[in-house]
Ligand binder design. Structure first.
Ligand SMILES: CC(=O)SCCNC(=O)CCNC(=O)[C@H](O)C(C)(C)COP(=O)(O)OP(=O)(O)OC[C@H]1O[C@@H](n2cnc3c(N)ncnc32)[C@H](O)[C@@H]1OP(=O)(O)O
Ligand SMILES: O=CC(=O)O
Ligand SMILES: [Mg+2]
Length: 732
C-alpha cells in the first residue's frame, strides 16, 4: 500500500516523488535502458513545469463549453424531443465547439510497422497491469481455430455437441467441419474439399494436396507461402490471404490429428495483429503502487523478458513472450514471421492526476497530471525496443506506439503532440519516434476530427471509434436537453451510424489508407461469440482495418472476418463517397415519446444499476479494472469505465428529467446490490455491499456516480472511482 508520506518522498526540484515510484525508476528502469538519472529527472521537471498549466487550461475550456451548452438547453427547451437545430448548430459554432475546417492534407507518418499500415485484422485490448493476461494478449498473434470454436457458442450445443469436461468427439467433428469449410472458402482447392484431403506434399516448390489416389492444388497457387518440417511430410502448411497467415498443423500422433484423414491437428490463425496494453479503461491504478505495477509490466514487455507464473488447472505454469515463427518458403528459403502482436500502449487522458509524483508550481503541492507522467514514462521503458536492442522485438521500424484516449479537440491533440515532442527531447529520440493513436470517443473530437488529425499529422497512426465513451459523452454533453432514449436504443439513433461513417470518411480523406489504422470499437459481450461472428463483420465491411476484441479467442474468431472482406478494396471504393452528414452526428438522442410504462422504466433502471454496482464493487474493493459482470439475465458483459459512464449518465439524465425519482433509484440500487452480492457469493475475497450500505465505500461510490453524475467532468467516472479506491486503501 502506498501511504502518502511527505517525509519519505524524494525531492527532485519541484517534484516530490513517491519512493515506490522513484526506486522503481532508479533501480529497474534507468540502468536497463541506459539513461542518466540526473538528466531524466531534470527533463521530467521541465516538462511538468511547461505542460501542467497548459493541461489545466484545456480542462478549463472543457468546463466553459459544457457550462454554455447546459445553459443553452435551459434557455431553449426541446419540444417533443426536438430542439431548434439551426439555432443550436450556430450556437456551437459561435462558442468554438464546432470549428472551421482548414485545407485538405494527408498524414505523413513514417517508420510505421506493417501491422498498422498493411495488415487488416483484430486489435486486442488488455489490462497491462495483469501480467498473465498481458502476456496472453501479446502471444495472441496466433490462435488455435479449433480451440476458439470448441470453447465458444459459435458451435452449437445441440445434437449431442455439448461442451463436456472430457473431449466430446461430436463437438470436435463440428469444429473440424467448420474449420475445413473456412479453408474451402478462402483457400479453395481445384477439386473437392478439405474434408477429402488425405495429406500434403511440397514438390518443386508447389503444394501438392492428396485426396486418396488423386491429387489437387490450390485454385490460387500464390496463397501457399511456406511450410514446416520436411517437404515430403510437412508438419505445417502456411497459407496467406488478404495479408493474413493461416497454418494447417499436421501431427499423426496428436489425439485430434490421428483421427483426421490428413492428420490435421489444428488450424492456426494469425489473430491479434496488434494489441493495446491498456493503462486506462481496463486498469485500476490510483497511486504509485498501481502505476509501478503497470509500468513494470510494460517495461518487461518492451524488454521482451516479462514472465508470469500462475496456477492453472491445478498446475503451475510460467508464461513468457513467444518467439517468432520459422518457416521454409516454397523455394526453400527461410521465412520468419512475428510470433507476437504489435504492442501499443494506451496512456491515460488529460483529466486525471496521480499521487505518484507531487508537483509544486508555486501554489503548494498538487498531484502530477497522469497523462504527462505516462508520456514521460512509457517511452522511457520502450527505449531498448526502439533502439532494436531486444531479442523479442516489438517495433521493427524503431517506433513506439501510444494510444491517447478521451481527447476532446484539436487543441488537446496539439497538446499531446507537443508533449510527445518534449518526451522525445528528454529521451534523446528522433522527432516522431513516438506515434499517436487518437481515440475518436468524445463528441467535440468527432465533429472536429479532421482538424484534430492535422495537429498530429506526422505521428498519427490510428483513429478509432470508441463508441462506448462516445455514448457517455453524447449523454453528458446534452444532459439538460431532455430525457434520452433507453440505453439499448442508443446505437440505433441518428448520431451513431453517422459518427461511425464520419470517422472512416475523415480517415480516408486524410490518407490513412495504407498508412494507418481506421479502427472500430469493442465487442463488449465476451461470451457471445456466435453473435459477434454475425455482427462484427460489419466493421471491415464499413472500411475499418481493425476493430477491438476483448479476448484472444475473440481475436481468432474475428480474424476470419478479414479473410471474408478485403478491406483495402473496400477502402478504395469508399474513398469517393459523400462524407457522412455532420447534422446527423449532432442530432441529440432525445426520446420523442417518454411515456414508458412503469415496468419499462424499472427494467431500464435495474439494468443500469446492476451494471454499475457489479463493476464498481470489484473496481473499488478489489482493484479489478475491467470485469465480466453478469447482467440481470446473467449474460456476462464487459464492463469498464466507459460502460459505467453510460449507465451512470443515463440514470442521472432520467432523474434530472423526472422519469424516475431519487427514492426509486435508491430502492433499485439497494435491491441490485443484493443481487450483485449473490452473484459474487463464490468469491472468497468479495466484500458484500448489502450488509452495511452506509459503510460500503463501493456502494456509496456507485450512488455518487449517479446522484453526482451531472457534476462529474464530462460525466467521467474516474474521479469518483479513484477517490473511493484510495479511501479503501487508506492512501487518500
Ligand atoms: C471501452 C473500452 O475502452 S474497451 C477496453 C477496455 N476493455 C478491455 O480491455 C477488455 C479486455 N478484456 C478483459 O479484461 C477480459 O476479457 C474480461 C474482464 C472482459 C473477462 O475476463 P475473465 O472473466 O477473466 O475471462 P475468462 O475467465 O472468460 O477468460 C480468462 C482467460 O482468457 C484470457 N483473457 C481474457 N481476456 C483477455 C485479454 N483481454 N487479453 C489476454 N487474455 C485474456 C486470460 O488470460 C485467461 O486465460 P489464461 O487462464 O490462460 O490466462
Ligand atoms: O475506449 C473505447 C470506448 O469505446 O470508449
Ligand atoms: Mg474509451
Amino acid at each position: 500500500m502506498s501511504q502518502d508520506s511527505h517525509a519519505s518522498r524524494i525531492q527532485k526540484g519541484i517534484l516530490a516523488i513517491d519512493p515506490l515510484m522513484y526506486n522503481f525508476v532508479e533501480n529497474e528502469v534507468l540502468p536497463t535502458v541506459g539513461v542518466d538519472s540526473e538528466s531524466y529527472w531534470t527533463g521530467f521537471e521541465k516538462v511538468v513545469k511547461e505542460f501542467t498549466p497548459r493541461n489545466k487550461a484545456l480542462l478549463a475550456t472543457r468546463t466553459e463549453l459544457q457550462d454554455k451548452i447546459d445553459q443553452w438547453h435551459l434557455d431553449h427547451p426541446a419540444k417533443n424531443g426536438e430542439i431548434d437545430f439551426p439555432v443550436y448548430k450556430q450556437f456551437l459554432i459561435d462558442i468554438g465547439y464546432l470549428l472551421p475546417e482548414g485545407n485538405d492534407f494527408k498524414i505523413s507518418t513514417e517508420n510505421v510497422d506493417k501491422e498498422i499500415t498493411e495488415i487488416a485484422g483484430p486489435q486486442l485490448v488488455v489490462p497491462v497491469k495483469n501480467g498473465r493476461y498481458a502476456l496472453n494478449a501479446t502471444n495472441a498473434r496466433w490462435g488455435s481455430l479449433y480451440d476458439a470454436l470448441y470453447g465458444t457458442d459459435v458451435i452449437s450445443e445441440d445434437n449431442g455437441q455439448e461442451t463436456t469436461r472430457a473431449y466430446n468427439p461430436k463437438r470436435g467433428a463440428a469444429v473440424v467441419a467448420y474449420a475445413k469449410n473456412f479453408l474451402d472458402e478462402h483457400f479453395a482447392l481445384v477439386l473437392g474439399s478439405y474434408t477429402e484431403v488425405t495429406g500434403f506434399d511440397v514438390v518443386d516448390g508447389q503444394l501438392v494436396i492428396k485426396q486418396g489416389e488423386t491429387t489437387t492444388e490450390l485454385q490460387v497457387l500464390s496463397k501457399f507461402v511456406g511450410y514446416v518440417g520436411d517437404a515430403n511430410s510437412p508438419s505445417g502448411i502456411l497459407l496467406k490471404n488478404h495479408n493474413l497467415h493461416v497454418e494447417i498443423q499436421i501431427d499423426a500422433n496428436n489425439p485430434i490429428g490421428k483421427d483426421d484423414p490428413a492428420f490435421i491437428k489444428d488450424v492456426l490463425l494469425e489473430s491479434a495483429i496488434s494489441v493495446i496494453q491498456d493503462c486506462e479503461d481496463s486498469v485500476a491504478a490510483v497511486d504509485a503502487d498501481g502505476k509501478v505495477a503497470v509500468y513494470r509490466n510494460w517495461l518487461g514487455l518492451m524488454n521482451g523478458d516479462l514472465q508470469d507464473t500462475f496456477k492453472k488447472d491445478g498446475e503451475m505454469q510460467t508464461r513468457r513472450q513467444n518467439p517468432d515463427r520459422e518457416y521454409t518458403t516454397p523455394e526453400g528459403g527461410k521465412l520468419i514471421l512475428p510470433g507476437r502482436a504489435l504492442l501499443q500502449i494506451r496512456n491515460v487522458g488529460h483529466l486525471m492526476q496521480n499521487p505518484s509524483i507531487l508537483v509544486d508550481l508555486g501554489d503548494g503541492q498538487e498531484e502530477v497530471f497522469e497523462g504527462i507522467m505516462d508520456a514521460l514514462m512509457t517511452p522511457l521503458m520502450a527505449l531498448n525496443d526502439i533502439r532494436g536492442n531486444t531479442e523479442r522485438a516489438n517495433s521493427r521500424t524503431g517506433s513506439m506506439y501510444i494510444v491517447k484516449p478521451k481527447m476532446h479537440s484539436p487543441d488537446e491533440v496539439k497538446f499531446a503532440n507537443d508533449l510527445f515532442n518534449a518526451s522525445e527531447d528528454v529521451l534523446g529520440l528522433p522527432r516522431y519516434t513516438i506515434k499517436m493513436g487518437i481515440m475518436d470517443e468524445e463528441r467535440r473530437m468527432t465533429v472536429n476530427l479532421k482538424e484534430a488529425i492535422r495537429q498530429a499529422k506526422e505521428r498519427v497512426i490510428f483513429i478509432n471509434t470508441g463508441f462506448l465513451d462516445r455514448t457517455g459523452d453524447e449523454m453528458h454533453t446534452s444532459m439538460n436537453a431532455g430525457p434520452f432514449v433507453r440505453k439499448i436504443k442508443m446505437k440505433a439513433q441518428e448520431w451513431q451510424p453517422a459518427y461511425e461513417q464520419w470517422n472512416v470518411d475523415i480517415g480516408l480523406e486524410t490518407g490513412f489508407k495504407g498508412h494507418g489504422q481506421i479502427g472500430k470499437g469493442m465487442w463488449a459481450r465476451p461470451d457471445d461469440m456466435k453473435e459477434m461472428m454475425v455482427q462484427k463483420i460489419a466493421h471491415p465491411q464499413e472500411g475499418a482495418n481493425t476493430a477491438w476484441v476483448p479476448s484472444p479467442t475473440g481475436a481468432t474468431l474475428h480474424s476470419m472476418h478479414y479473410h471474408m472482406v478485403d478491406v483495402a478494396e473496400v477502402q478504395s471504393r469508399l474513398k469517393s463517397r459523400k462524407r457522412a452528414n455532420i447534422d446527423e452526428i449532432l442530432t441529440i438522442p432525445l426520446a420523442k415519446d417518454t411515456a414508458w410504462t412503469a415496468e419499462e422504466a424499472q427494467t431500464e433502471l435495474e439494468n443500469n444499476a446492476q451494471g454499475i454496482l457489479g463493476y464498481v464493487v470489484r473496481w473499488v474493493n478489489q482493484g479489478i479494472g475491467c470485469s465480466k459482470v453478469p447482467d440481470v439475465n446473467n449474460v456476462g458483459l464487459m464492463e469498464d469505465r466507459a460502460t459505467l459512464r453510460i449507465s451512470s449518465q443515463h440514470i442521472a439524465n432520467w432523474l434530472l428529467h423526472g422519469i424516475v425519482t431519487e427514492a426509486q433509484v435508491m430502492e433499485v440500487m439497494k435491491r441490485m446490490a443484493k443481487v450483485v452480492d449473490g452473484q459474487n457469493a463464490n468469491d472468497p475475497s468479495y466484500q458484500p455491499m448489502a450488509t452495511d450500505f452506509d459503510n460500503s465505500i463501493a456502494f456509496q461510490a456507485a450512488c455518487d456516480l449517479i446522484f453526482k453524475g451531472r457534476e462529474q467532468p464530462s460525466g467521467y467516472t474516474e474521479p469518483l472511482l479513484h477517490h473511493a479506491r484510495r479511501a479503501l486503501k487508506g492512501s487518500l
